[in-house]
Ligand binder design. Sequence first.
Ligand SMILES: [Zn+2]
Ligand SMILES: [Zn+2]
Length: 280
Amino acid sequence: MSLQFCSFASSSAGNCYFIQSSGGTSILVDAGVPLRRLERNLRSIGVDPRQLQGIFLTHAHRDHVASYLIKKPFATRYDVPTYASTGTWRELLARGCGELNHDLCHRLEPGQSVQVGGLRVYAHAKSHDAAGAVCFEIKGRKERLAVVTDLGCLADSLLTALQGCTYYIFEANHDVIMEQQSARPWVLKQRVLSAHGHLSNEQAAAALAILAADAKGIWLAHISEECNCPDLACRVVEAALQHAGLRVPVMTLPARDPSPIYGNKDQGQVVPLQLWDLAD
Ligand SMILES: [Zn+2]
Ligand SMILES: [Zn+2]
């Protein structure tokens, strides 16, 4: 066992992913759920918020940083270090970030990595309409997890960097036809469908067919509640994997609720765990 993880929310209503190493290092990728809910979510899996060793912010859109846009942010309340790019820090401050302890604010630029306890976290640049937006690759003792949401396209450099991860939390945001035919304002549709917006099911499928040859599991994330449905996203990705000769389990993360805890517990088997288990 090397990594265990779950999501507390995964959609434009909120994003927050919990990751723990076999040695007990715990981090969050994004903190886009309200403070009280985040506290409850952590306690429900037996984690004291003070145990967190880092919060890694992908970008400063509200659905990823909601718990910072209050007078006393979660990170300040529980003395948790925050890692983000300069661009993300700037946008976060401009959006009305609450009080921060500056000793606990760290810059992690695209292309850089940092070791936090038993985890090494790499920041990779991505194409999204937010300054300094990144996705994170998290490496435990043996396994690598990529958290890839909020991007309009995948540059070759990103595909190369994310090749061969053990697990992928990967955006399959919308079905293109559902998006085009939705009642959303034209400007929003244009944004979502652009190279700085979000990945469609087909884009996710094409990328995962290249990336996931050695993966033990894929969790589709940030699925639009209005312009997609989890079954459709799964079908499109599974078909592409099958076409590429890959047999990787594909799951979806709930838009607003916590997922089960996932991880490689025994001999390479991916099993959802309902109870927190630190046995190594
Ligand atoms: Zn988002
Ligand atoms: Zn975003």
